[in-house]
Design a protein around this ligand. Structure first.
Ligand code: MN
Length: 255
C-alpha cells in the first residue's frame, strides 16, 4: 500500500503560483498512491463552506474532486487556518474529515496523524485562541454572520497572527518534545506525522525502550513537500529532494 501525506499548502488567491503547484501535484499524483492525507492548513484561511467562490477556491476544490474521482481515498484533518472546513466541502470534494489527532494502521505500523499546532504547548497564546475559536459557540456565531463580515474578521485575524509570530521566539512555536512523547504514549504509537511548524524533518528518538519517529511535513511556499509511505518505508520530499533518509521503522512499529 502506498500512502501520501501533505500539509500546509496555504492556498489563497494572493498566491496563484501555489495553486499552480497544487494543480501540477493533482495532475501527476503517482498512480500507486491509494490514500492521500491532507494534514491541515490546505487553505490560508476558510470562512465557511459557502465562501468558496468569494475566496476563489473553486479551482482547488475541483482539483481535490479530480483526485478523489480517480479512486484515491482522500482524507483531511483540520489545521488552525482551515478549522472551519465542513461537511459540505467534504461532499463536494469527495474527502472525509478526520479528527485531530487520528491513529491509522499502515501495514503493521500504528501511525498518529495530527496538524501539529496542539503539540506546540509552549505557545500559550495560540493555545488559548485555539480553544476559544474551535468552540462550537464561536463557530456557530461566526458562521451566522454574512460572508463579507466573516471575510473581514478572517483577514484581521490573519494580520494579527502574522504580527504575533514576528514577536515570538522560534522555539516557542515548535512542537514540545515532552508533550510529543506524552501524546505518542497515550495513543501507543511509535510514528507521529504532523505539519504546522513548516520545519520539515525526520526526528528519531527513544521512547521508553523503543525507537520512535516524528516526521514533520513541509509547507508548499517554494516547492511541493510530501511524505510517501511505501511498503513500510517513509520518505519525506521537498520537491525532488529527499529530506534525511528513507526510514523503515522496526516492524511492527507500535508501542
Ligand atoms: Mn498550522
Amino acid at each position: 500500500m502506498t500512502v501520501a501525506f501533505v500539509s500546509d499548502i496555504h492556498l489563497t488567491p494572493d498566491t496563484p503560483e501555489i495553486l499552480d503547484r497544487f494543480e501540477e501535484f493533482a495532475a501527476h499524483i503517482p498512480s500507486r498512491v491509494q490514500q492521500l492525507y491532507i494534514l491541515g492548513d490546505l487553505f490560508e484561511f476558510w470562512i465557511g463552506d459557502d465562501g468558496t467562490d468569494m475566496l476563489g477556491h473553486a479551482r482547488a476544490e475541483a482539483l481535490l474532486k479530480q483526485i478523489s474521482a480517480t479512486g484515491v481515498e482522500l482524507h483531511f484533518i483540520h489545521g488552525n487556518r482551515d478549522f472551519l472546513v465542513g461537511e459540505e466541502f467534504a461532499r463536494r470534494t469527495g474527502c472525509t474529515i478526520l479528527p485531530d489527532p487520528t491513529v491509522m494502521e499502515i501495514g503493521s505500523d500504528r501511525v498518529l496523524m495530527s496538524h501539529g499546532d496542539t503539540l506546540c504547548i509552549q505557545d500559550t497564546e495560540h493555545q488559548e485562541q485555539r480553544k476559544r475559536m474551535t468552540s462550537s459557540k464561536w463557530k456557530v456565531a461566526f458562521l451566522d454572520q454574512p460572508l463579507d463580515q466573516r471575510l473581514s474578521t478572517a483577514l484581521e485575524l490573519r494580520g494579527k497572527s502574522a504580527a504575533a509570530k514576528q514577536e515570538k521566539d522560534m522555539d516557542i512555536m515548535d512542537a514540545d518534545q515532552g508533550h510529543v512523547e506524552e501524546v505518542m504514549r497515550q495513543h501507543q504509537v511509535l510514528i507521529l506525522i504532523h505539519g504546522h511548524t513548516h520545519r520539515p524533518g525526520v526526528h528519531q528518538f527513544r521512547l521508553d525502550n523503543a525507537e520512535a519517529t516524528r516526521i514533520v511535513l513541509g509547507d508548499w511556499h517554494a516547492q511541493q513537500s510530501m511524505l510517501i509511505c511505501e511498503d513500510g518505508r517513509y520518505s519525506l520530499y521537498e520537491g525532488e529532494r529527499l529530506v534525511g533518509q528513507s526510514i523503515s521503522p522496526a516492524s511492527p512499529a507500535r508501542l
